[in-house]
Design a protein around this ligand. Structure first.
Ligand SMILES: NC(=O)C1=CN([C@@H]2O[C@H](COP(=O)(O)OP(=O)(O)OC[C@H]3O[C@@H](n4cnc5c(N)ncnc54)[C@H](OP(=O)(O)O)[C@@H]3O)[C@@H](O)[C@H]2O)C=CC1
Ligand SMILES: O=C(O)C1=N[C@H](C(=O)O)C[C@H](O)C1
Length: 266
């Protein structure tokens, strides 16, 4: 399978290019990233990458010919790119975050119409999928839920896609169980604006930390009378995303339309 990687010069893109080069059944055919113009990607990722085409934009990638695309770029670039890929009936595996619900709808409609498949997951690490399962299990039984996420100091979007997804799953689980409302926020005087974080889906508060040295960390804190329960996932190395991305890449050819998350692929 000839694979194109959008965002190939980024932190995750470089890791994925290296890993795809190591897979006997996958060919790293095209690396797309405006940042890579005139640069030898093989040098950047420390692997010989003979035959690899490095381009600055998606049209050049489509001309080079790919069977599937992996996108870890930025939402502003991924929005139009995914609609264009759907038009060209090229399957896509997407890790980029920062989409609005409307973006997801537009991308979903484009892929439905194309007959090709697209998998978008806010977090490809298996541990984060399991964290989501824990949240689904616990959320109906508690009175309070807050989420704290911490990321490296160069992350562009806040809060993380994963934290928004965790809040959405908690809301969905509570609705399905017909759980009552969470305990109301007691704050009457927010002395410093933003002290109580941002309101995510289900009015669950999300607190986003940006810390030098961090990579990607999510903690969901549940409260109920006389006790709290916290579940946490830590990405300690970006290789955590690799097995999920490779799994999605190998399965995306069987998908029709848009699939959100990789839980059902596990
Ligand atoms: N789903 C998951 O499991 C994970 C998702 N992510 C998400 O993936 C995305 C990338 O993360 P990360 O690698 O840390 O970010 P980086 O900023 O390191 O990488 C993004 C890359 O995309 C490039 N880019 C910008 N515009 C385009 C374009 N039009 N076409 C192709 N490439 C382009 C950027 O170039 P330039 O810097 O010059 O703009 C940059 O090199 C983020 O949205 C992040 O939240 C990250 C980790 C895991
Ligand atoms: O930017 C990152 O690094 C990450 N982004 C994703 C997100 O926004 O949830 C996934 C993971 O947290 C790493």
């Amino acid at each position: 399978m000839r694979v194109g990687v959008l965002g190939a010069g980024g932190r995750v893109g470089q890791v994925l290019c290296r890993e795809i080069l190591d897979q006997p059944d996958l060919e790293l055919a095209v690396a797309v990233d405006p940042r890579l113009a005139g640069i030898d990607l093989g040098q950047v990722i420390g692997r010989p990458a003979g035959g690899l085409v490095v381009v600055g934009d998606l049209e050049a990638c489509l001309r080079a010919g790919v069977d599937a695309v992996v996108d870890f770029s930025v939402a502003e670039a991924a929005r139009p790119a995914l609609v264009r890929l759907a038009e060209a009936a090229i399957p896509a595996v997407v890790g980029t975050t920062g989409f609005t619900p409307e973006d997801i709808e537009v991308i979903g409609r484009a892929y439905e119409a194309s007959g090709a498949g697209c998998i978008i997951a806010a977090n490809f690490s298996i541990g984060a999928v399991l964290l989501e399962r824990c949240v689904r299990l616990v959320a109906p039984y508690v009175d309070s839920i807050e989420i704290v996420e911490a990321h490296h100091s160069a992350k562009r979007d806040a809060p993380s896609g994963t934290s928004r997804e965790l809040a959405r799953v908690a809301r969905e689980a509570r609705e399905a169980a017909e759980a009552g409302p969470l305990v109301a926020d007691p704050t009457t005087h927010e002395v410093l604006a933003g002290a109580r974080g941002a309101l995510g889906p289900g009015d669950i508060r999300i607190h986003a930390l940006r810390v030098e040295g961090a990579i990607a960390h999510h903690e969901v804190i549940f409260g109920l009378r006389g006790q709290t329960l916290a579940v946490r996932h830590d990405t300690l190395d970006r290789s955590s995303f690799v097995p999920g991305v490779l799994l999605a890449l190998r399965r995306v050819g069987e998908v029709r339309g848009l699939v959100l998350g990789i839980d059902e692929l596990l």
